[in-house]
Design a protein. Structure first.
Ligand code: NCD
Length: 308
């Protein structure tokens, strides 16, 4: 049966664990998987800028022995002529076995999935969610910490528009005794629908603060995010808020020795390059984890669809 991944909640906790195990197996034995998608095609439809997510999907498919067809900008596609997402999804289903799609509108991936006859993977829909970045984040945390339970996770920066944050909270809050410290300026706080529907509904401990250094000593994970310029209504607010948090070696003075620092990238100013050599910086490892998790996901969805 065709199955898509639109929101991280579409995957059960057991499935998350299975995807992590599969990604680790691919990492250890890439040759076992190098022909598994032979003759199959992934279409990448990116209606919004992306470097790593699109190339990560493409690299993943090539490493599985498959092929890629791609639309890299909305301006050069039929969307510019006014084609609907529903029609595009129907059309691309005739060319590809699986679709990875990024779109600036919340809900666009769901519309595509409802109209495509092949699995659709949401590679980011507006400020809503970004489940495959969460898969990358989970594998990184698993490798660094060996567990999810009992962790204190600091999320810092643009918690309002940062879709990666919304998906990560949704995933991690399923594990036992996870605590969140939500670090942001007042205007960029986590939306109420995540606070009430996820954190409060599940009885998860969280605290909101604007003070990164104050929160630092308690954290096991620090997840930095970029202020999402493209989702602001006016330039002035963006300019005022964009440098709210800049992680420097000095700010890490009070941090745990085994803190793991994550960032979905691209980084603008949120982490000084001086932090890159700190052994606690995991954001480039996270990129690699993303590719392996996307491989695991492509295999899972193509198997469930009966394509491989
Ligand atoms: C993130 C995104 O697109 O939401 N990037 C990514 O996919 N790694 C984060 C961001 O753009 O800030």
């Amino acid at each position: 049966m065709k199955r898509s991944l639109i929101d991280i909640v579409d995957l059960s906790t057991q499935e998350l664990d299975e995807l992590i195990a599969c990604a680790k197996d691919i990492m250890a034995h890439p040759e076992k998987y190098s022909e598994i998608c032979h003759g199959k095609k992934l279409a990448t439809l990116f209606f919004e800028p992306s470097t790593r997510t699109r190339m990560s999907f493409e690299a993943a498919m090539y490493e599985l022995g498959g092929n890629v067809i791609s639309m890299s900008s909305a301006a050069s596609s039929s969307a510019a002529k006014g084609e609907s997402v529903a029609d595009t999804a129907r059309v691309i289903s005739c060319y590809a076995d699986i679709i990875a799609m990024r779109h600036p509108k919340e809900g666009a991936a769901l519309v595509a999935a409802n109209n495509a006859s092949v699995p659709v993977i949401n590679a980011g829909d507006g400020g809503h969610c970004h489940p495959t970045q969460t898969l990358a984040d989970l594998l990184t945390i698993d490798i660094q910490k060996g567990r999810f339970s009992g962790l204190t996770v600091g999320l810092c920066g643009d918690l309002k528009f940062g879709r990666t944050v919304h998906s990560l909270i949704n995933a991690l809050s399923r594990y036992e005794d996870v605590r969140f410290v939500l670090i942001s300026p007042e205007e960029l706080r986590l939306p109420d629908y995540v606070k009430t529907d996820v954190l409060e509904a599940r009885g998860i401990a969280y605290e909101e603060t604007a003070d990164l250094e104050g929160a630092m000593p308690s954290l096991d994970i620090l997840y930095m995010t970029r202020v999402q310029k493209e989702r602001f209504f006016n330039e002035e607010d963006y300019l005022r808020l964009k440098d709210s948090y800049i992680l420097t070696p000095a700010k890490l003075a009070g941090a745990k020795k085994d803190l793991a620092i994550l960032h979905p990238l691209p980084r603008v100013n949120e982490i000084s390059v001086a932090v890159d050599d700190d052994p606690r910086a995991c954001y480039f490892k996270q990129v690699l984890c993303g590719k392996f998790m996307r491989e695991a996901l492509i295999i899972k969805l193509l198997k469930e669809a009966g394509t491989i």
